[in-house]
Design a protein around this ligand. Sequence first.
Ligand SMILES: CC(C)(COP(=O)(O)OP(=O)(O)OC[C@H]1O[C@@H](n2cnc3c(N)ncnc32)[C@H](O)[C@@H]1OP(=O)(O)O)[C@@H](O)C(=O)NCCC(=O)NCCS
Length: 154
Amino acid sequence: MSADVTLRQMTLEDVPTVAEMDRISFSLPWPERSFRFEVTENDCSRCWVAEADGRIVGMLVLWVIVDEAHIATIAVHPDYRRQGMGEHILRETLKAARTDGAVRATLEVRAGNAAAQEMYRKFGFEVVGSRPRYYKDNNEDAILLTLQNLDHLE
Ligand SMILES: CC(C)(COP(=O)(O)OP(=O)(O)OC[C@H]1O[C@@H](n2cnc3c(N)ncnc32)[C@H](O)[C@@H]1OP(=O)(O)O)[C@@H](O)C(=O)NCCC(=O)NCCS
């Protein structure tokens, strides 16, 4: 990875910037209030931002539910993609979730999101199912992925 990156917990002050990055990354972005809820009210939520060059360049929200880490959202700013940032954020936040008691990770990804699917495949995520027409903007299917054993993360 070329940029020097710091991962830290998302704060309420970060939310407008995070929501802006979300809007340019997803066709169905979260409303700002969803990020605020995750940061302030959802006890099982772990909200992260990655900083480089003095700005927020990535974010991830995951939920630790008993022994499972569910990745709710992850995005890297377009200017910082294809530099290993997504992989770094995913690895480090899953390791933190493992410390929190998670033994496996799950997520949903759009059937047409080849970039994200390739990243997850590199981690060892496996397809465990699908939710037909899950995404309401274009009726795209969701693919369900699971990483069975977080022990293997280094
Ligand atoms: C998915 C996303 C987070 C990846 O972030 P990133 O920082 O670009 O990813 P990395 O540079 O760490 O790439 C990791 C691996 O993912 C795969 N990958 C990433 N972008 C890719 C692309 N455009 N095409 C093909 N493979 C890609 C590659 O296997 C890559 O490894 P490599 O560089 O050794 O080939 C980023 O593309 C993004 O924010 N997309 C929009 C939001 C999104 O789709 N989030 C996922 C929701 S499930």
